[in-house]
Design a protein around this ligand. Sequence first.
Ligand code: AMP
Length: 278
Amino acid sequence: MLVFAKIKSVQQKIKSLKKGTSVGFVPTMGALHKGHLSLIEQAKRENDIVVVSIFVNPTQFNKKEDLVNYPKTIDSDLSLLKSVYCDLVFTPTAEEIYSNNIQSQLFNFDGLEHQMEGKFRDGHFDGVGTIVKRLFEIVTPHKAYFGEKDFQQLQIIKKMVQKNQIPVKVIGCDIFRENDGLAMSSRNERLTKEHRNAAPFIYKTLKQAKIEFGTKSALEIVDWVENEFKNQPLLELEYFEIADEETLQPIKNKNSAKNRAFIAVFAGKIRLIDNISL
Ligand code: AMP
């Protein structure tokens, strides 16, 4: 496994590959867990070589303390990447990516950016768009893999690729969960024991909402979920929405579009997100 911190060296290495070699790419912010590894394993199956980036992107954090507290576990990340036969790791510094100008480009994602996470994380998706576009330019992958865990992000990246005509196929991967249903996340490590024990309620509620969607309207289910969380002293619901997967616009009643339920919850100071296809 080769590790590069410089743009020039990673580009040279990728350019030196034989014509016809397919490159799969998995961008991450490190603190890797089995959810990340499942993306890398899928990329390994579908490409000749796999590139993983580890970069905690400053421009996508709307709260400075989240950026400062973001876990950094590079040694264990590299050994996990070796264990799944990752070929190439790109670990740039912020200066390498942004030079002296740590700022986002401004994007128009046709309104996808104003829904759900966009309402609570100002500028977040401009930061995500900026870094992913830059990484795509550097790595020039054939396919890029993103988790459905961050479903809104996945749709926004598909939109960015389409609008900018970037020649990469964006692939959404299933959410990888703990045995008790909690979606794996680097943030789970920061939960207190009490909050960790309470957190599986999030997915339990999503699964129940999926069942209820068979007989109830979206508005009734939103009401039901909001009430359920009122009885959970350790979990504070930020939003629960049922939305069209393509537009991410909330729906009131069942329709012919593919729908998905989305949730964000505070477990103490830790913000957790999850979603389920309906
Ligand atoms: P992050 O390092 O948190 O930016 O995540 C890097 C990639 O891994 C993103 O595409 C995430 O959606 C994906 N990811 C994170 N957690 C999971 C999970 N539990 N299951 C599947 N993909 C995930």
